[in-house]
Design a protein around this ligand. Structure first.
Ligand SMILES: [Zn+2]
Length: 230
C-alpha cells in the first residue's frame, strides 16, 4: 500500500512533533497526564481533555493548515488576528508563523486546562491570553517556528516564511460558505452561529438563542473563524 501523504498532512505531522518535543515538556513536570497529537481531516483544530484517562488530545485540521498558506483564506482565522494584534513574531503573518502560532495557541489551552481556568463559553479568556503571551515571551513561539522551518526544509515541504498579502476582507466573500461555523462580536457581544446565506457584503448568521434562534446580518469584515470551530 502506498503511503504518500499530502504535503499539508505532512506539515500537520510536523506540528504534532513540534508540540510533543518543544511544548509538552512544559507540562510533564506538572502532571502525569498523557498527550496525543493527531492530524484531522477537516478544519477543526482543538485541544480536548479526557479526565477518565488523564489524556490531552490536540488535533490539527489538515484544511486549517491548507487555509493558512494564502492570505485570502488565512485572513479570517483567529490566529491571524492574534499575531497581528498581539504582535507575536513582530506582527508578521506568514504561513510559517501562523502554523507555529497555532501550536502555541492549542498548547496554551492545554496549560489553561491544567490551571483549571477553561470555562464553558469563555475559552479565550484573560487567563488564556496571559498563558499565550508568556509562551511567546519565553521564546517558545520562535523555537517552534525554527523547528518547523528546519524540518519542512529537510523534508522538501513548502512552508513559506514570506509575509502574506491580506486581501480586502470584503473581497474574501468566496471563502465563506453556507453552514460554516462563525464568530463575531467581542466580550458580552460575542456570538457564535452558522452561516445561512452569503450576501454581497454581509452574511446572514443564525445564532442559537434561549428560544429557537436569532438571525443577524453580519458584515464580512466582522466574521471570523476560531480554530476550535468546525
Ligand atoms: Zn482557542
Amino acid at each position: 500500500m502506498s503511503l504518500s501523504l499530502s504535503p499539508h498532512r505532512q506539515l500537520g505531522e510536523l506540528l504534532c512533533d513540534a508540540t510533543r518535543q518543544i511544548l509538552w515538556p512544559l507540562a510533564t513536570n506538572r502532571s502525569d497526564n498523557q498527550l496525543q497529537c493527531r492530524v484531522g481531516h477537516g478544519q477543526a483544530t482543538y485541544h480536548r481533555y479526557d479526565p477518565r484517562h488523564s489524556l490531552h488530545q490536540i488535533t490539527y485540521g489538515v484544511r486549517m493548515i491548507e487555509a493558512k498558506q494564502q492570505g485570502a483564506s488565512a485572513a479570517a482565522w483567529l490566529s491571524t488576528r492574534e499575531i497581528s494584534r498581539r504582535r507575536y513574531f513582530a506582527g508578521t503573518i506568514s504561513p510559517l508563523n501562523l502554523l507555529a502560532h497555532t501550536c502555541c495557541h492549542e498548547f496554551a489551552h492545554l496549560l489553561q486546562q491544567l490551571d483549571g481556568k477553561r470555562f464553558r463559553g469563555s475559552v479565550h479568556n484573560r487567563h488564556f491570553y496571559s498563558i499565550l503571551d508568556n509562551l511567546h515571551a519565553q521564546g517558545y513561539g520562535e523555537r517552534v517556528q525554527s523547528y518547523l522551518a528546519e524540518r519542512a526544509q529537510r523534508q522538501g515541504l513548502p512552508l513559506s516564511d514570506q509575509r502574506l498579502e491580506m486581501p480586502d476582507p470584503a473581497s474574501a466573500r468566496a471563502h465563506w460558505q453556507v453552514g460554516d461555523k462563525v464568530y463575531f462580536g467581542e466580550g458580552q457581544g460575542h456570538r457564535v452561529g452558522h452561516i445561512l446565506r452569503v450576501n454581497r457584503k454581509t452574511c446572514t448568521v443564525a445564532c442559537p438563542a434561549l428560544h429557537g434562534q436569532l438571525r443577524y446580518r453580519v458584515p464580512l469584515t466582522m466574521l471570523r473563524r476560531e480554530e476550535e470551530s468546525a
